[in-house]
Design a protein around this ligand. Structure first.
Ligand code: ATP
Ligand code: ZN
Length: 288
């Protein structure tokens, strides 16, 4: 088994993307043992080697080919400007890079930022945003705890990552502009050889099946036969819904897959159409 080609993936060593990245690989059926506190690990059942790194370094490692692929936030990718290929959005690590100002400061559009001192860990993205809006401001790059900068007099405003907004609120700041919407993405080196490309394709097939499943629910419901046609017309299906007779005459059991976005709307419509005993179950994998 020696010298077998493996695909090398870089994921965050610890932090907000770590858990979801490892969970995704596990959901793809990739066995990763003794993950914690290790620099790297090789899967026993899939040709994948995992490197655990600081997220800021991942684009560079992938560009240089030290790792073949990586999982990183679009915010880091945009800031670093490395030449890597964006392969797939992963649907976790969602956040936005926003401008936030002290809550009592008046705000009258981006021009309000003219001449201000902006603290951020994302100088490149902030500079691009300001120049797009013809605003001159001085950027103070700091590597962490950006939200406290106005409070200690280091800056007038901040450009920081926000998800719920709770941290900003606790520091007396309000969000006024979104510079970038971000989530975790899978990136790859631009020149993967064929063998590694084939492993990536295999991995991608699994990732897409997991993503699809996470976005979908399996729904089982009971329907009176005289409403069956109407209920079926409300439902999408992988092909069409499954319809089975119930022991009680005049009733059927209908099974289908619903996506998360349309889920609640559909359930309401189904109930209104006479559906009863609706069961909703998670789907582990969805292979098309
Ligand atoms: P590292 O030690 O790897 O450099 P870090 O401190 O730079 O870690 P984390 O705070 O763990 O990074 O965030 C990693 C990524 O998680 C961010 O770059 C971003 O893509 C994503 N993220 C999602 N929500 C948030 C949020 N509310 N605040 C910060 N990052 C978030
Ligand atoms: Zn970082």
């Amino acid at each position: 088994m020696q010298n077998k080609t493996v695909l090398r993936i870089a994921v965050q060593k610890s932090g907000r993307l770590y858990e979801d990245s490892v969970k995704l690989l596990k959901e793809c059926g990739i066995d990763l043992r003794n993950v914690k506190d290790r620099l790297k690990t090789v899967s026993e059942n899939f040709p994948l080697e995992v490197f655990f790194l600081r997220d800021d370094d991942i684009p560079e490692y992938v560009e240089d080919g030290v790792a073949d692929i990586g999982i990183v936030g679009q915010n880091v990718l945009g800031e670093k400007g490395r030449q890597v290929k964006l392969v797939e959005s992963l649907g976790f690590g969602k956040c936005r890079l926003s401008i936030a100002i002290p809550k009592n400061m008046e705000y009258d559009g981006v021009s309000t930022l003219q001449g201000k001192r902006i603290a951020t860990s994302y100088p490149t993205l902030v500079k691009d945003f300001l120049s797009k809006h013809n605003v001159q401001a001085s950027i103070h790059e700091i590597s962490g705890s950006v939200e406290i900068a106005p409070g200690i007099g280091l800056a007038d405003v901040v450009a920081d990552l926000v998800s719920s907004g709770g941290t900003l609120f606790m520091n007396g700041l309000k969000e006024v502009e979104t510079i970038l919407d971000s989530q975790a993405v899978l990136v790859s080196n631009n020149k993967l050889d064929q063998e590694r490309m084939a492993i990536l394709e295999k991995l991608l097939f699994r990732i897409r099946s997991v993503k699809r499943a996470n976005k979908s629910k399996y729904v089982l419901l009971n329907a009176p036969n005289d409403q069956l046609e109407k209920i079926i017309s409300l439902l999408p299906g992988m092909r069409s819904p499954t319809v089975l007779p119930l022991a009680e005459s005049g009733w059927s059991s209908v099974h289908c897959v619903l996506s998360e976005e349309e889920f609640w709307d559909k359930i309401e419509q189904l109930k209104a159409a006479g559906a009863e005993g609706i069961l909703v179950v998670p789907i582990e994998k969805m292979i098309l």
